[in-house]
Write a protein that binds this ligand. Structure first.
Ligand code: PEP
Ligand code: MN
Length: 346
């Protein structure tokens, strides 16, 4: 159930309503908007009449929610979620650009890439240290050493560090190094991992599973919010279809659909979404035109020799050119992309 308080409701009235709802067996998730406080009520309840809640002082309206997800639904935060993570705002006017190699390979490698993506206007640096690889013989990532490199390089260029967490056992260690914990497509329904991430107060980037529906993606996000972690952004990274020219089929229609159903920001990953470097710029441009709140892209100075996902990785020149195009497209849909920095901060 969702309870919307009146614009002028005071703290005492809000607390009275919360006490009543708790008495009915609900867990309460409070969202304080600019005008209205919204109370998201989840959990098992004693039978009750919604009108009894609507009659409480300060209540504007109360609705039973028939959708399976309660807290990620638009109604919980009609104005949308904005995540301010250091200098990066996700879900606001700016289209947040997170770029970097598929995997952290060395300090030199990451430094060189970070300098270029920061100068081109990226706010976040991605780099996997724990890699979910199809083959056990492929490069598996540098582990904690890779995260130390990522942290140092991000601090050097004032970038937000984004890296994938594969298991709940890695969370405490990773909190020291990364600003955003990425949940990969293969782990979208790793419910133990989601439950543990729900207990954290650390931003999470949740990728859509390879064969997940939008509803399943939103239900996975619900695990995080139900645990009390509201700092969540979603990411469309392509789904598996019968088409095999591209590695995946980037479902750009998921962007407006998620924006209608949910208040959570949604990013697009045209790198994993296409699997082919030459297809990344057109799909990145299309994602911004479709209203994506951000992009996650793989970039390397020498993609042909990258230790993972080279075929879908842009080189530095391609990335810089794409950023200029994205600025024009963002302006056409009333958004912006951060300006190119005159020189990278050191
Ligand atoms: C990645 O971002 O490097 C990655 C492994 O992505 P996905 O989980 O979407 O395959
Ligand atoms: Mn990759």
């Amino acid at each position: 159930m969702i309870v919307v308080m009146q614009a002028g409701a005071d703290e005492e009235q809000i607390q009275q309503v919360i006490d009543r709802l708790v008495g009915l067996g609900f867990d309460i998730h409070r969202s304080t908007g600019v005008e209205h406080t919204v109370l998201g009520c989840v959990g098992r309840t004693i039978d009750f009449d919604v009108r009894d809640i609507e009659l409480l002082p300060g209540v504007a309206e109360a609705h039973r929610i028939s959708s399976p997800y309660k807290l990620v639904g638009r109604a919980f935060r009609p104005g949308g979620t904005r995540l301010q993570i250091g200098p990066m705002l996700v879900g606001g006017d700016e289209v947040a650009i997170i770029a970097g190699p598929c995997s952290v390979e060395s300090e030199d490698q990451l430094d060189r890439i970070a300098a270029a993506v920061a100068a081109a206007g990226a706010r976040g640096l991605r780099g996997g240290a724990f890699k979910p690889r199809t083959s056990p013989y492929s490069f598996q990532g540098l582990g904690e050493e890779g995260l130390k490199i990522l942290r140092r390089v991000c601090d050097r260029y004032r970038l937000i560090a984004v890296s994938e967490v594969m298991s709940e056992t890695q969370i405490p260690m990773m909190l020291d190094y990364v600003d955003v914990l990425q949940v990969g497509a293969r782990n979208m329904q790793n419910f133990n991992l989601l439950r543990e991430l729900g207990r954290q107060r650390h931003p999470v980037l949740l990728k859509r599973g390879i064969s997940a529906t939008i509803e399943e993606l939103l239900l996975s996000a619900e695990y995080l919010l139900a645990g009390g972690n509201y700092d969540v952004m979603l990411c469309e990274r392509g789904i598996r279809t019968f088409e095999n020219y591209t590695r995946n089929t980037l479902d750009l229609s998921a962007i407006p659909v998620v924006q209608k159903l949910s208040h959570l920001p949604i990013l697009a990953d045209p790198s994993h979404g296409t699997g082919r470097r030459d297809k990344v710029p057109p799909m990145a441009r299309a994602a911004v035109a479709a209203g994506a709140d951000g992009l996650l892209m793989e970039v390397h100075y020498d993609p042909d020799h990258a230790l993972s996902d080279g075929a879908q990785t842009l080189d530095l020149v391609q990335f810089e050119a794409l950023m200029q195009e994205l600025r024009q497209i963002a302006a056409a849909v009333h958004r912006q992309v951060a300006p190119a920095a005159a020189a990278a901060v050191r």
